[in-house]
Design a protein around this ligand. Structure first.
Ligand code: HEM
Length: 575
C-alpha cells in the first residue's frame, strides 16, 4: 500500500514533466488494453535515472532507456499473449478432456470461422430445414467433430463450447463464478448496451431487485391496453396497403416499430416520436456493427484507436446518449417539481438519487450514467428480441396454415368479434401460447449465451481456467432429439400443451430467456406483447408466404430473416 502511495506521489510531483507525460500515456495504453501489464516501477525508476544522468537536450538519455525497457516488456507480453499463453491453455484444456483444433499463431480459427459464415450465408434454407447450420455453422462443425464439450480459437483466445444441458444450467446458475463477458467484449458492443446487464455481484443484485417489480404480472396487466394500441397502429398501417382486401407487406421492420413503440410507451411512458424512432435505428445500426466486430478477434487497445468504424460507432452512441440524457433530465425536472406520472422504469432507474439513507454519498453523474446505460439496454433488449420472435411466428404460421387456423379459432372462441383484449383473455390463449413457445424453441432470438470464468472453477469433473470464454449454444439444445424426441426438428406446438417440462420429456432444456438468477427480466412482458400481437393479427388477417420470400435465418445479434419477410396478407371480411 505504502509503495503505491509512494509511486503515486512521485507521479504527482512530476506532473507537467514532458517525459513523465509520455510514460503516463504508455501506462494508460497498458491499463485500457486490460491484457498487458505496465511495468509499474518505470516512472519512479525513470526519475531516479534522469536525476543521475543529468539533462541531454529535451529527450534525455533516461527517457530513451525507459522507453526501451517498456518496449522490451511490451514485446515479451505480446509474445506471451499470442504464443505462450494460448499453448499453455491448450495443454490444460486437452488434459481436462476438451478437444478442438490446435492453436494457429495469432489467428487461431478466425479464418475458418469467417469462411464457414460466408458459405452458410451464401444459400437459403428449405422451409423445414434446421437453422443451426446457417446461424452457428462453426460451432456446429466443432461440436460435431470434437464432441459436446469442445473449444475453438478466436485469435489467441480459446472459446469453450458447452452444449450439455446440465452443464449449461450449472454455468448459468453459478453467476458469480461465470460472469457476463463485459470485461472482454469488444468496444462497439460495450457502446451498445449498459446498465444492469454489465453489473455484477452486489451492484447487480441491488439493481435487479429494484427493477423486478416493474415486470410483475399485476403491473403488466395495466400495460395491456397501451400495448394493444401500439399493435393496432401497425395493423392499421397494413390495412392501408391492401387493395381489394389483399396486399404484400414486408413485415419485418413494422414488427420492430411495434415492439419499439410498446417498450417506449408501456415501460417508459414516453411517446414513440421521431427522436425515439431515430434512437432505435441508431441502436440497430450499432448492433450490426458490433455483430461484425465480435466475429473478429481484438488486438489489445484496438478499440481505442480512432478507426473509422470506432469513430462512427462513438458518434452514433453519443447521439443516442444525448436523447436519453434529455429524457432523464425531463424526468428529473418533473420529480423536483413534485409531478409523479406513475412508477415506470425511469422512476426506478432514478430512485437512487432520492435514497435518503444514502443522501450524502450519492454520486449524481454515475447514477445518471447508469440510468442512460439501462435505457440503452432496455430499449435494445426490448425491441430487437421480441420483433424477431414475432417475425418467425408469422413466417411459421404462413408455412403451417393448420396452426394459423387453430390459433384463429381459439381467438374467435375467446373474443368473438370483440377487438379489445382484456388481461384475462391473454392468459386464456393456450394455443397461441403453445405456438409462441414452439417458435422460441426452433427460432430462439438469443441463439447463444456467453460467460467468462472469474476464477479457476469446477464444472462437473472439469476445471475451467480463469478468463476462459464459455459459449452456450441455446439453439442447438433446443433441437436435440435426445431431449425433445425424434420429431425435435418438426414444428409441433402441441408438444407444449402440458407445459415446458413435459415438452422436453422432463429435462430442463428450454432456455430462450436464459436460466438462473440472470434470466431475462422482461420475459413476461415479451410473452404478453407477443400474445396480444398474434391474437389481434389472427382476428384481422389471414396470410401466406409471398413468392418473393427467401427462407434465410441468419445470426445478426439475434436470429433475423436475412432478406426480410414479405408476406401476402388478406384482411378478414374484406376479400
Ligand atoms: C422474446 C423476447 C426476449 C428474449 C428471447 C430475451 C432473451 C433474453 C436472454 C436469453 C437473456 C439472458 C442473457 C444472459 O444470460 O446472458 C436476457 C436478459 C435480459 N433481458 Fe431479455 N429477452 C426478451 C425480451 C426482453 C424484453 C422485452 C426486455 C425489456 C424490456 C428484456 C430485457 C432484458 C434485460 C434487462 C436482461 C438482462 C438481465 C440481467 O442481466 O439481470 N428482454 N433476455
Amino acid at each position: 500500500m505504502s509503495e503505491i502511495i509512494r509511486r503515486n506521489s512521485v507521479e504527482n510531483i512530476f506532473v507537467g514533466d514532458p517525459s513523465v507525460t509520455i510514460l503516463l500515456a504508455f501506462r494508460r495504453y497498458f491499463v485500457i488494453t486490460g491484457r498487458l501489464k505496465f511495468p509499474t516501477d518505470i516512472i519512479y525508476r525513470h526519475k531516479l535515472l534522469s536525476a543521475s544522468c543529468g539533462s541531454v537536450g529535451k529527450m534525455d538519455l533516461s527517457i530513451v532507456i525507459s522507453l526501451l525497457t517498456i518496449f522490451v516488456v511490451w514485446l515479451w507480453q505480446v509474445f506471451n499473449w499470442v504464443w505462450l499463453e494460448p499453448r499453455k491453455i491448450e495443454k490444460f484444456l486437452r488434459k481436462q478432456g476438451f478437444k478442438g483444433n490446435s492453436y494457429k499463431f495469432l489467428f487461431g480459427d478466425t479464418k475458418e470461422i469467417a469462411e464457414s459464415y460466408k458459405e452458410a450465408h451464401s444459400k437459403p434454407l428449405g422451409l423445414h430445414d434446421d437453422i443451426v447450420p446457417r446461424v452457428m455453422p462453426f460451432v456446429l462443425k466443432t461440436i460435431n467433430t470434437y464432441g459436446k464439450n469442445s473449444f475453438a480459437w478466436i485469435g489467441p483466445r480459446p472459446r469453450v463450447y458447452i452444449s450439455d444441458a446440465d452443464f449449461m444450467r450449472e454455468v448459468l446458475t453459478k453467476h458469480l463464478s461465470f460472469q457476463k463477458n463485459f470485461r472482454v467484449v469488444n468496444k462497439i458492443y460495450k457502446l451498445l448496451v449498459g446498465g444492469i446487464v454489465e453489473f455484477e455481484e452486489e451492484k447487480w443484485t441491488r439493481h435487479r431487485m429494484k427493477l423486478n417489480p416493474a415486470f410483475h404480472l399485476d403491473r403488466l396487466k395495466h400495460m395491456c391496453p397501451i400495448v394493444q394500441t401500439c399493435c393496432e397502429t401497425i395493423l392499421n398501417d397494413w390495412k392501408k396497403k391492401m387493395k381489394n382486401g389483399s396486399g404484400v407487406v414486408d413485415v419485418f421492420h413494422y414488427l420492430e416499430a411495434y415492439t419499439g413503440s410498446a417498450v417506449t410507451t408501456a415501460l417508459f411512458s414516453h411517446p414513440f416520436d421521431a427522436e425515439m424512432r431515430k434512437c432505435f435505428h441508431l441502436l440497430r445500426d450499432l448492433s450490426l456493427m458490433a455483430n461484425i466486430a465480435v466475429k473478429t478477434f481484438d488486438i489489445p487497445g484496438k478499440g481505442y484507436l480512432p478507426t473509422p468504424a470506432h469513430r462512427k460507432a462513438k458518434a452514433m452512441e453519443a447521439e443516442v446518449r444525448q436523447s436519453f440524457r434529455n429524457m432523464v433530465n425531463d424526468r428529473l425536472k418533473k420529480r423536483r417539481a413534485g409531478i409523479e406520472d406513475g412508477r415506470d422504469l425511469f422512476d426506478l432507474f432514478l430512485d437512487e438519487l432520492y435514497d435518503e439513507n444514502n443522501a450524502k454519498q450519492v454520486d449524481i453523474e454515475s447514477i445518471v450514467d447508469d440510468a442512460i446505460g439501462n435505457c440503452k439496454l432496455f430499449y435494445f433488449a426490448g425491441y430487437e428480441t421480441t420483433s424477431n420472435l414475432l417475425v418467425w411466428t408469422m413466417v411459421n404460421l404462413a408455412i403451417h396454415e393448420d396452426w394459423q387456423t387453430r390459433g384463429r379459432e381459439e381467438v374467435f372462441r375467446i373474443l368473438g368479434n370483440r377487438k379489445k383484449l382484456q388481461p384475462d383473455d391473454v392468459s386464456q390463449l393456450k394455443v397461441v401460447n403453445m405456438i409462441i413457445h414452439e417458435v422460441l424453441r426452433l427460432f430462439p432470438p438469443v441463439f447463444e449465451l456467453s460467460r467468462v470464468v472469474e476464477e479457476d472453477t469446477k464444472l462437473g469433473n472439469y476445471i475451467i481456467p480463469k478468463d476462459i470464454l464459455i459459449q452456450l449454444p441455446i439453439a442447438m439444445i433446443h433441437r436435440k432429439p435426445e431431449i425433445w424426441g425424434e420429431d425435435a426438428h418438426l414444428f409441433k406446438p402441441e408438444r407444449f400443451a402440458e407445459g415446458v417440462l413435459k415438452a422436453a420429456n422432463g429435462q430442463a432444456a428450454f432456455m430462450p430467456f436464459g436460466w438462473g438468477p440472470r434470466i431475462c427480466i422482461g420475459q413476461n412482458f415479451a410473452i404478453m406483447e407477443a400474445k396480444i400481437f398474434v391474437a389481434t393479427l389472427l382476428q384481422t388477417f389471414t396470410w401466406e408466404l409471398s413468392p418473393e420470400y427467401t427462407h434465410a435465418p441468419y445470426a445478426a445479434f439475434t436470429v433475423q430473416p436475412q432478406h426480410g419477410a414479405p408476406l401476402v396478407l388478406h384482411e378478414i371480411g374484406q376479400s
